[in-house]
Design a protein around this ligand. Structure first.
Ligand code: GRF
Length: 203
């Protein structure tokens, strides 16, 4: 039978507002949110998954002897749930090149700036917005991109700009960019990626 949906796993570490945007989105027709994986036992995102009835696992790096065994545990959970696409939604651990190879062009990330501005190693969380404020940019935004071996360096899938002129704190920038860009483009980009994958599979 022809497949109509792609099984998706969402990797989280914190509040999970981007996960919530995916759960609430009406754009996701070809994506099945099948699994949430957190690397933090305290992540509120786990509660969001539970409320939505999505199976959720906590697989913390600290509980494993090394990176290889942690990633082997991730891969085995993904395989068990037949996951084809991974969304990094505020996931604060770096995945190795070896892991990424298993899901080449199948992992997407949301970054809270207009790449190539304010991105790469060390640019995560509020730091991104602090640097944008310091530089005095008037427009920032968010980017959804494929993950490759270069931090925030993979192919760009979707971007949305946000006017941040007049904002004075990194927290204010973060809030506006989440509301006006991240929560909007992440579901749209995921739907696009799933649609394309289904089209490829039926060729
Ligand atoms: C978002 O700003 C996202 O762009 C960044 O981390 C934050 C995660 O927020 N990568 P949440 O956990 O989705 O609320």
């Amino acid at each position: 039978m022809k497949k109509t949906k792609i099984n998706v796993a969402v990797f989280v570490s914190g509040g999970g507002t981007n996960l919530q945007a995916l759960i609430d989105s009406t754009y996701l027709i070809h994506a099945n949110l099948s699994l949430v994986i957190s690397n933090n036992k305290e992540a509120y995102a786990l509660k969001r998954a539970e409320n939505a009835g999505i199976p959720a696992l906590t697989i913390c790096k600290e509980d494993f002897a090394d990176l290889e065994s942690w990633e082997a545990a991730l891969l085995s959970a993904l395989e068990k749930h037949d996951i084809k696409i991974i969304v990094l939604a505020g996931f604060l651990s770096i995945l190795s090149e070896n892991f990424i190879k298993h899901y080449e062009k199948k992992i997407i990330n949301i970054h809270p700036s207009l790449i190539p501005a304010f991105c790469g190693k060390g640019y995560y969380g509020l730091k991104v917005h602090e640097e944008a404020l310091k530089r005095g940019v008037k427009i920032s935004g968010a980017t959804v991109h494929f993950v490759n071996e270069i931090p925030d360096g993979g192919e760009i899938i979707m971007q949305k700009a946000v006017d941040i002129s007049g904002l004075r704190s990194a927290a204010a920038l973060q809030k506006k960019i989440m509301e006006e860009a991240e929560w909007q483009i992440l579901p749209k980009a995921l739907e696009l990626v799933c649609e394309n994958l289904l089209a490829q599979d039926s060729e």
